[in-house]
Write a protein that binds this ligand. Sequence first.
Ligand SMILES: [Zn+2]
Length: 150
Amino acid sequence: MDKFTRCVQCDQPLVDVVKEIDGWDFGGWKYVADLPMKRCESGCGGGYLDGATLMRFEHSIALALVDAESVNGAMFVFMRKSFGMGRALLAETLEVEEAALEAAERRKAEPMPSAWVEQLKHAIRECVTERNPFALRRVEVSRSPAEVRT
Ligand SMILES: [Zn+2]
């Protein structure tokens, strides 16, 4: 949180705030959490979320998804990317064609094959360690897709 002390837009001091931040769209719903960030005191609209906080948010969501009963394509892609695993490498691990994995991932709202999901969940439990996850709230996505981060 120490990277920014002044607004890059207007050079006014930044203050610490806690703001509700939207997570990723998982096909009609998403997780949100209250994240610490910096906001410009002048009210120019400048706000700064640091990389470590964003990563902690990402890890928190990945770990929450490990407990999900059904994992769709959008959730699967998020989980795979949350620990930096490329599609080609995962396809190799799952012993499937990369094209087949890509096709399944593109059907964002449809459940992924459970055998693939189990392997990915196992990898996340092994690789994603977050000792202090954010409290998440699961909410319906009602806003325009343009606001969804990828
Ligand atoms: Zn500003």
